[in-house]
Design a protein around this ligand. Structure first.
Ligand SMILES: [Zn+2]
Length: 345
């Protein structure tokens, strides 16, 4: 999750993107068209590790058909999609001050996941400042509800550090449940990105907790990305430089999440990060709609302004161009997440 980028919204609203919006919306995920014999073409499996959802719209109204609207995104996509989902919007901000908001938010996620087994998987978001309640909520999420991931850890919103003593307790609990810890690492510098974009300090903080709790599995959320315009200065190379400079070998407890597949650093990422340590997580949100925008639309972007057709075929194309083999694409797009979450083949 990247906090409100006013300038990007302005870009979307005020430039030729507006023209694009009318000319190209809606993109259709048309790759699953029936074959000539009437049989359905088999879709590529794709697992997204980073999806924010809310069953309350921006207008404050409850979305009565939230699950149907969300599953419609999966159904109309060109891939056989599965999502790891965590809370968004008001559910996230309420956790700043109200410990009870953690259970409320995670229960909203659970209510979606339990009705879509095998398609939606829960991620437990907590604010470690409320340590006792965070640990209690984790016990419910992982012990009873079958959630697959802790996070996204939104240090910059909930005002904590990964290396804080309270957060260490939460991370150690994740180890006991054998779930990965999904940590926000700012994707890019932008003059108005604020604390969300403070990627290098967030990486340093993550490295400190990883030193103390090396047995945890860490996902560097949206580590590889670029943003929609050249105004966004990508951290991807700095993140890769830092990992290379700090560790004698690639740290096997780090999973790197690719968010913006058109990122220039994608080819380097494929060369330097073991292919079994790469994940696809687009930070896709339910902020616009319903109907929700097609999967493949960049974070917080209007679909018509997306710099490429919003579909998994685009991600696959970028991966191929960056040198990924078909086996690599299957790992990055699906198998690595499935294994990390210990889901059946
Ligand atoms: Zn984030």
């Amino acid at each position: 999750m990247t906090h409100t980028d006013i300038s990007r919204r302005n870009f979307v609203m005020t430039t030729s993107a507006a023209a694009l919006l009318s000319a190209t919306a809606p993109f259709l995920c048309a790759h699953a068209a029936p074959a000539a014999d009437g049989s359905q073409t088999k879709k590529r499996r794709w697992f997204d590790t980073h999806i924010h959802v809310s069953d309350v719209g921006r207008d404050g109204k409850k979305r009565a058909k939230m699950l149907d609207e969300l599953l419609d995104v999966l159904d109309r996509c060109d891939a056989d999609l599965r999502f790891a989902v965590c809370p968004d919007a008001g559910y996230v901000s309420a956790m700043r001050t109200d410990p009870a908001a953690m259970l409320t938010a995670n229960r909203m996620v659970y209510e979606l996941c339990r009705r879509a087994p095998g398609r939606l998987h829960g991620c437990c978001m907590v604010n470690p400042n409320f340590t006792d309640e965070a640990l209690r909520v984790m016990k419910i999420c992982f012990g009873e509800w079958g959630f697959v991931q802790l996070g996204e850890m939104l240090t910059y919103i909930h005002n904590y550090k990964m290396a804080d003593a309270a957060t260490e307790k939460v991370v150690r609990a994740a180890v006991t449940y054998d779930v990965p810890v999904h940590v926000h690492v700012g994707t890019y510098w932008h003059k108005k990105a604020g604390s969300s974009g403070d990627g290098m300090n967030q990486l340093a903080d993550l490295m400190l907790i990883a030193e103390r709790v090396p047995e945890a599995k860490y996902i560097l959320a949206h580590a590889i990305g670029c943003g929609p315009t050249p105004d966004f200065i990508s951290w991807a190379d700095m993140i890769l430089d830092t990992i290379k400079g700090v560790y004698p070998a690639y740290p096997r407890n780090f999973w790197i999440e690719i968010r913006d597949f058109q990122c220039a650093a994608l080819a380097r990422t494929l060369r330097e990060v073991p292919v079994d340590r790469l994940l696809s997580g687009t930070d896709w949100t339910t902020r616009i709609g319903p109907p929700f925008q097609n999967y493949g639309t960049m974070f917080d972007m209007k679909e018509g302004a997306n710099p490429f057709p919003p579909e998994v075929a685009s991600f696959v194309g970028f991966l191929r161009k960056a040198g990924a083999s078909e086996a690599d694409i299957d790992r990055i797009g699906y198998q690595n997440a499935r294994e990390l979450y210990k889901l059946p083949a």
